[in-house]
Design a protein around this ligand. Sequence first.
Ligand code: FES
Length: 270
Amino acid sequence: MNLIREKRKLAPGVYEFWIENNHIVKYAQPGQFVVMRLHEKAERIPITIAGKKGDCFRAVVRAVGKSTYELCMVKEGDSIMDIAGPLGRPSEIDFYGNVMLVGGGVGIATLLPIAEALKAQNNRLYVVLGGRSKEYVIMLEEFSKLADQMIVTTDDGSFGIKGVVTDGMQMFFEREKIDIVWAVGPTIMMKFCSMKAKEHGVKIWVSLNPIMVDGTGMCGACRVTVDGKIKFACVDGPEFEGELVDWDELLKRLAQYRDEEERSLKLFME
Ligand code: FES
């Protein structure tokens, strides 16, 4: 149980793990996530489910803080102490027509099962993937098999179009009638994607990644304000309509423990 069967580097500091867990494989739906604890003293980390294969599910992790660094150091053959899930509400998969999917960073991995499920419903997929440079744009091959059209943007122009994902969104909005958008990536990216979708009067789903502790609606750590109401991302989300999210509050809450996180990572690396 929870054995790491395969580990692979996808990008600098980004790893894919195929983890044995029949329960997650049986019940997980697109858009859902798990909470992992590596060992007794480890922090609980929310990780999205980025695919299934046999009796394994895929987790894609970026080493950003102490806990994710520690997780990225586990090897094939190691085990994770506990995995809770699947958690959160699944994506609203249906036939919409022309669907735009926008992914940035490890959010691209979250988007993949959503893309597969939407494709299975015969939607046409207009995919925009973005990253700092070519090496940070993960899962290009998997998305190119699913996408009807795809635009890649990189900040430095090393691949695709030099620019950001909202530039790719604008290009698709000018070319096609888009019926709905999903955007998953860094919070600031999702904020701007929501503004872009609003500009074109199209509904957008975003997958929020606030600080989480229990992942079951008990601790309140993942509190977000959506449409003026308090929601808990772990049970009411993680997907919400981007236009209704209080982005400034979320960005402020995410920055709340930055100093402590930096200190903890520094101590871990020493
Ligand atoms: Fe505790 Fe959501 S993580 S309420």
